[in-house]
Design a protein around this ligand. Structure first.
Ligand code: DAH
Length: 348
């Protein structure tokens, strides 16, 4: 019996030593120490042996079983460690491989960039940014801006009507009146936004963007307008710029001016090769916006909100964002801004 125990132990030990995986080791354990294995059953049968054999057989079987258990545990540890090593080796990441290429970052549309650039200039001079409705009542779009009943912009051929007295705003100027209804003077605002006109060619799109400006306080003069616009022109087109005010007419300003900036593309209207500058057409001045002193009639519409035309003055201006971007970047056709061709847009 003792010999048999030694045989079983030796056989078990050999199999444990030969196991090359945790799985094989577990199978060996079941075979030699499991419920149906001979050694444990031998132990359970000790009680049926003649009393003088019980002690020795029981001890030998116990020792053999413990010996096998110890071997299994040790082998299990070895196998687990080498299996982990193998798995780590399999899973190794080569950190020197190039990563997944970064997705190209999007960018702001040139018109958005230009609008923000202009906003920043005026915010720097103390103006606030206000926005107004694109669907506008003719009271704000025309009447309160002193347009007479026969003004051509009121025609259905020029302007998109939504109803008899409601239009898609043709300019951002209506916000002058709305803003003055909302707060007493002083007021210093710019109003960026979309505007709409029934026009479509290389230099006109039916929808475009303007930035309106309005400054109202006591003692505001045309010199303040000029200084403000000079500062603006230099910030956008370069420190060397000059501005020039030419008399013009707008219904809601008096006097009204058109403002030119000195050309930043040529000297005295000529390119380096002696040819005529295409940007200023040889005049060395480029028109950039309309402006003027707020007409007292406009204040008349908001008198009850604190705008007494006898006491306060103001200047206003309005520019096209497309036009500024177009001039600054030498774009050849306004419609390119809206074609969404990335080859064009990515240049900016
Ligand atoms: N609203 C005018 C337009 O769309 C531009 C303009 C001119 C705005 C003179 C002004 C201004 O505020 O004073 O053509």
């Amino acid at each position: 019996m003792i010999d048999r125990i030694e045989e079983l132990r030796a056989a078990g030990a050999a199999e444990v030593a030969a196991a090359t995986s945790s799985e094989a080791l577990e199978q060996a354990r079941v075979r030699h120490l499991g419920r149906r294995a001979e050694l444990p059953n031998l132990l359970r049968g000790v009680a049926e042996l003649p009393p003088e054999q019980r002690g020795a057989v029981g001890r030998a079987a116990n020792v053999a079983r413990k010996a096998l258990e110890t071997l299994i545990e040790r082998r299990g540890g070895e196998l687990a460690a080498s299996e982990l090593d193998a798995q780590l080796a399999r899973d190794r990441v080569d950190v020197t491989l190039p990563g997944a290429p970064a997705l190209p970052a999007g960018g702001l549309h040139l018109l958005t960039q230009t609008q923000r650039e202009i906003e920043d200039v005026f915010i720097g001079m103390g103006f606030n940014v206000a926005e107004g409705p694109e669907v506008e009542h003719i009271h704000y779009n025309f009447d309160a801006l002193n347009h007479d009943a026969a003004h051509p912009a009121r025609l259905r051929s020029d302007t998109f009507y939504v109803a008899d007295e409601v239009v898609l705003r043709t300019h951002t100027s209506p916000m002058q009146v709305r803003a003055m209804e909302q707060q007493p003077p002083p007021i210093f605002i710019i109003v960026p936004g979309r505007v709409y006109r029934r026009d479509s060619d290389a230099t006109h799109t039916p929808q475009f963007h303007q930035i309106e400006g309005l400054a109202v306080d006591v003692d505001i003069t045309l010199a303040d307008l000029r200084g403000t616009l000079l500062q603006f022109a230099r910030a956008i087109f370069g420190d060397e710029r000059q501005v020039r005010l030419r008399p013009h007419f707008f219904p809601f300003t008096e006097p009204s001016v058109e403002v030119d900036v000195s050309c930043f593309n040529c000297t005295d209207g000529l390119l380096a090769d002696g040819s005529r500058c295409p940007l200023c057409k040889g005049t060395s001045w480029i028109e950039i916006l309309g402006a003027g002193m707020v007409d007292p009639n406009v204040f008349g519409y908001v008198r009850e909100y604190g705008y007494d035309p006898e006491r306060i003055q103001g200047f206003a201006f309005g520019m096209g964002v497309e036009r500024i971007a177009f001039l600054k970047h030498g774009v050849s056709d306004l419609r390119l801004f809206y074609d969404n061709d990335l080859r064009f847009l990515r240049q900016f």
